[in-house]
Design a protein around this ligand. Structure first.
Ligand SMILES: Cc1cc2nc3c(=O)[nH]c(=O)nc-3n(C[C@H](O)[C@H](O)[C@H](O)COP(=O)(O)O)c2cc1C
Length: 203
């Protein structure tokens, strides 16, 4: 099969690419609106993009003509918290993607407990194994769909002691929830562990 994306509409390109780029980590993001409403939604167009200072990138589509509440709130407040959900939280993650009105808090609607963050206004989920307090650093619009690419600096990391060993995150204990195409999610399969490679080739 050979596909020229120029011949595809946005929805078809979306379906194709979300089937190609798998599995995707999920950023489960809290933000706060100007009116003080706590918003929560999942985003799988998400990755780590810079180690020092640590930065993460997220891409937001639009709902109709307007940016999603999360993108709107980040543009206004410049602050957000990214949580890494575990597989046991799949139902809540999925339900938090419902497009609630902007004045409805998904954390309240879903009965999720939040606790104050230390460096940013959006609170963090009490039940999260990892929470990254982030401040907006860069933003740009992409393509015909005007997706908004947001890059945030991670200014504080909260890691539950139950998923750390010797200061490192234990992937199996973290048990991160991943997104596949369509309605499909996944957990981790068996890990494949390789010998470390030399950084430079010996000649
Ligand atoms: C697992 C998952 C991942 C998602 N990833 C994205 C994404 O990367 N970008 C996006 O714009 N929408 C994504 N969505 C859809 C948003 O979560 C959804 O539109 C949500 O209602 C946005 O909420 P908000 O308006 O409160 O920000 C995803 C949905 C799910 C269930």
């Amino acid at each position: 099969m050979r596909i020229d994306p120029k011949g595809l509409g946005a929805d078809d390109c979306y379906k194709l690419m979300t089937g190609v780029i798998v599995p995707r980590p999920i950023a489960w993001v809290t933000t706060v609106s100007d009116a003080g409403v706590v918003n929560l939604a999942p985003f799988s167009h998400f990755t780590f993009v810079c180690p020092k200072p640590p930065m993460v990138a997220l891409s937001f589509g639009k709902k109709g003509d307007v940016y999603k509440d999360t993108a709107h709130n980040i543009m206004r407040s410049e602050e957000f918290v990214v949580h890494i959900a575990h597989t046991g939280q799949v139902e809540a993650v999925h339900q938090s993607a419902i497009e609630y009105p902007s004045d409805t808090s998904e954390t309240a609607a879903l009965g999720l407990v939040t606790i104050p963050s230390e460096m940013v206004k959006p609170p963090r989920l009490a039940d999260a194994r990892i929470a990254l307090e982030c401040r907006l650093r860069h933003c740009m619009e992409l393509g015909d769909t005007k997706n908004r690419l947001v890059i945030g600096e991670v200014i504080l990391i909260h890691a539950d002691d139950a998923v750390t060993r010797d200061g490192k995150i234990e992937t199996k204990l973290l048990d991160p929830l991943c997104r596949l195409a369509g309605p499909h999610y996944a957990g981790l399969a068996d890990l494949i562990t390789m010998k470390p490679i030399a950084r430079t080739l010996k000649t």
